[in-house]
Design a protein around this ligand. Sequence first.
Ligand code: SAM
Length: 271
Amino acid sequence: MSKTHLGHTARKRFGQNFLHDDYVIEKIVNAIHPQNGENLLEIGPGLGALTDPVCERVNALTVVELDRDLAKRLRHHPFHADKLTIIEQDALTLDFAAVQQQSRFPEKPLRVFGNLPYNISTPLMFHLFDFSNVIMDMHFMLQKEVVSRLAAGPGNRNYGRLSVMAQYFCAVMPVLEVPPDAFKPPPKVDSAVVRLVPHKQPPVQVDSVTTLERVCAQAFNQRRKTIRNSLKECLDEAELASLGLDPGARAETLSLQNFADIANLVNKKEG
Ligand code: SAM
């Protein structure tokens, strides 16, 4: 537990670091640019740092909050209760397609945003990628290092499984860096806001996303190893060479196109 903010004791297990810097809040809301009639969904509204200014601009907002006390506060919101649809649930298990279908604007794709709990941000990203066909865009406050990983290209030390999968599903655009003192309590790490826009057409052709995920996981789990070793369970040296790849290369040097080629060959082999 940490010090109280607006009468609420921040809960570490829910990754609660509440934004209180008006300049940062305004920048984020301007980046989201919420409009009436859009299918807006906030993950982790907390005490309303982003919820309130967004509700000042629109008539309807759905929020997903796991902390029962915070969900209760939102239900009794003094100004915006009638605009809010509150889902008291773990965002990690939320069916975002069902949320879209049951929303006030089922014909509109979701615009998802939030200052995310950092302890679950990477699995939450992977969960959201599965719903990228019902999402128009996402704006998230994350650990700065996670934003670097999302945006990194081959050869960058932050390039990994998250970069490849994020860039397969989305265009990734870092928006703003945020220091710890913009939050109460301040997190131990720097933060950054990122915009993710799901591609209408993936930038590379992939026969099975599950295989792409598996191949990336294998290659980056042993990132110091050559792909000859890390991928030996699925492809041999000759097969890697047939794709124009150097079997002595490391995963961190391979492009999204290279990973797509590997996944498609593995998929073909496994029939
Ligand atoms: N949006 C508020 C702000 O900017 O001040 C709060 C942000 S705080 C970093 C993260 C919020 O996510 C908290 O309200 C926390 O209770 C909520 N949360 C934590 N885990 C969650 C989960 N699995 N699903 C949904 N909300 C969660």
